[in-house]
Design a binder for this molecule. Structure first.
Ligand SMILES: Cc1ncc(COP(=O)(O)O)c(C=O)c1O
Length: 476
């Protein structure tokens, strides 16, 4: 096994041969401070000693492991990341020129926004397509084409596919459109690392023509938390700028344990991934139908196939609360307290269960049994109204996220904020899409929307006192 997981092999070799470790890390591999089983991890926790290469100038086992990863994913080059998908997204923005104009999917993770604070990019936001329960599932090529016809000098596009909920965009068609306009495209494929190991899972962003792809490998593969990868696509223009940015943002003491777990996971997936993914897909097909047939719940893929969605990850099980007398928060609490089941995410209208290739039939069955029992006990009523989607902002921001980040700010009552520039991120859940980002103009429409959410008891991230007050850019 170790021959095809070169970094892991080099670490094991070092551990077997090393006598006295007179180098970092400070634990020196000693058992004294660490009880078992933690000690076994610590023993492998090494640094750039002889034979173990250097992530910043790789020419040994790290380089070989990265090349094997690139081959497995169909990339021109792959670079290990030890600070999650976030650092890959930051690397993309930092690799673009200062003040680049970038099309940014509005359903993006906060790492897009913080990446723009680092780089100085100016976003032009792409609206998203929402499902019936208000969840942002995709961006659509037609909306991108409209923005391209309205906006000039777009340098890059930054999209999310799959979404957190498992829906993929038509990246192949979007990629063609953007490349016709000579626009470099990054896809945050944080939740799609497993797509590369089975042909009937959704099409991968690299195969669909993306220039830069970020996989948060720890999310869906047997990789330790923080392990991720930045891939360079086959036709990416000037790829070195993104790799240099990744190096600039990376610690000089990257975790060898995390990197070795990426090496081992890639190796394992090449050997066993297809079979494991096949089994998981069959379980998913069977249990989606079973869950969909429980009174009060919905789990049909059909409802997710809205405009802009190309495919759905079989391992993201999005369960809609239909006409159950309990909401998603209550169901989630009952699953935890009565069944010991912890779901990935919940909202008033939905639950998201993340299944992995390592879950067995008994795990799927337990979820099904629990939901069936809750349905019988909870009773049913007319379905609750779904929150309206936020009003989309003007595509063009007034200040870049970086300018807004550094600008002096003060809190004002929400009512008197209309016409000012927002100084913070306001995110209602659901749908989890920011309805205001720093640097955006606060419209009367968005104020009314926030007031309505507050009145109906929705959870809002940002805004002092549940968005009773809001931070504005001073002097705006
Ligand atoms: C879609 C998406 N992109 C990026 C990230 C950031 O990933 P990480 O936590 O690996 O930095 C997340 C985290 O949940 C995410 O859901």
């Amino acid at each position: 096994m170790t021959a095809s997981a070169p970094l892991y092999a080099a670490i094991m070799d070092y551990c077997q041969k090393a006598g006295t470790r007179l180098h970092m890390p400070g634990h020196a591999g000693s058992k004294k401070a660490f009880p078992e089983p933690f000690h076994s991890i610590i023993a492998l926790d090494l640094t750039e000693v002889q034979g173990l290469d250097d992530l910043h100038w790789p020419s040994g086992p790290i380089e070989t492991a990265q090349q094997l990863t690139a081959q497995a994913f169909g990339a021109r080059k792959s670079r290990f990341l030890v600070n999650g998908a976030t650092s890959g997204i930051h690397s993309f923005f930092l690799g673009l020129g200062e003040k680049s104009k970038v099309l940014v999917a509005r359903n993006a993770h906060r790492a897009f926004y913080t990446g723009m604070v680092l780089s100085g990019a100016f976003p032009v936001y792409i609206p998203c397509k929402l499902d019936a329960s208000g969840l942002a599932l995709a961006v659509d090529e037609h909306d991108i084409a409209t923005l391209l016809s309205e906006q000039s000098n777009i340098d890059a596009a930054a999209l999310v596919s799959p979404s957190y909920f498992g829906s993929t965009c038509c990246i192949d068609r979007i990629s063609k459109l953007l490349h016709d306009h000579a626009i470099v495209m990054m896809v945050d494929e944080a939740h799609g690392g497993h797509f590369y190991f089975h042909p009937r899972y959704p099409q991968t962003a690299l195969a669909a023509g993306a220039d830069v792809v970020i996989n948060g490998l720890h999310k869906t593969l047997p990789v330790m938390t923080q392990g991720a990868c930045l891939h360079i696509g086959k036709d990416c223009p000037a790829p070195e700028r993104f790799l240099r940015a990744a190096s600039l943002l990376t610690t000089t003491s990257p975790s060898y344990v995390i990197m070795a777990s990426i090496d081992l996971a890639r190796e394992w997936m090449e050997r066993h991934g297809r079979e494991a993914l096949e089994r998981a897909m069959l379980l998913s097909n069977a249990y989606r139908d079973k869950i969909d047939s429980i009174k009060g719940f919905g789990c049909s893929i059909k409802e997710l196939m809205i405009t802009g969605v190309q495919d759905i990850d079989p391992l993201k099980i999005l369960i809609t609360i239909k006409n159950l007398a309990e909401d998603g928060y209550t169901v989630s609490r009952r699953l935890r307290q009565e069944w010991g089941i912890e779901v990935e995410w919940e909202s008033r209208h939905s639950l998201l269960a993340m299944m992995s290739i390592f879950h067995e039939e008994k795990d799927w069955e337990r979820l099904y049994q629990a939901l069936s029992r809750i349905s019988q006990q909870a009773g049913h009523r007319v379905a609750a109204a779904v929150a309206e989607p936020p009003p989309w902002p003007e595509p063009q921001v007034q200040l870049s996220p970086r300018q807004a980040h550094f600008a002096p700010k003060r809190a004002v009552p929400l009512k008197s904020s209309v016409g000012r520039l927002c100084g913070e991120m306001i995110v209602p859940y659901p749908p989890g899409i920011p309805c205001l980002l720093p640097g955006e103009k606060i419209t009367a429409e968005v104020c009314t929307y926030i007031e309505e959410l507050r009145r109906t008891g929705h959870h809002i991230q940002g805004g002092e006192g549940e968005a009773d007050h809001i931070l504005i850019v001073d002097g705006s």
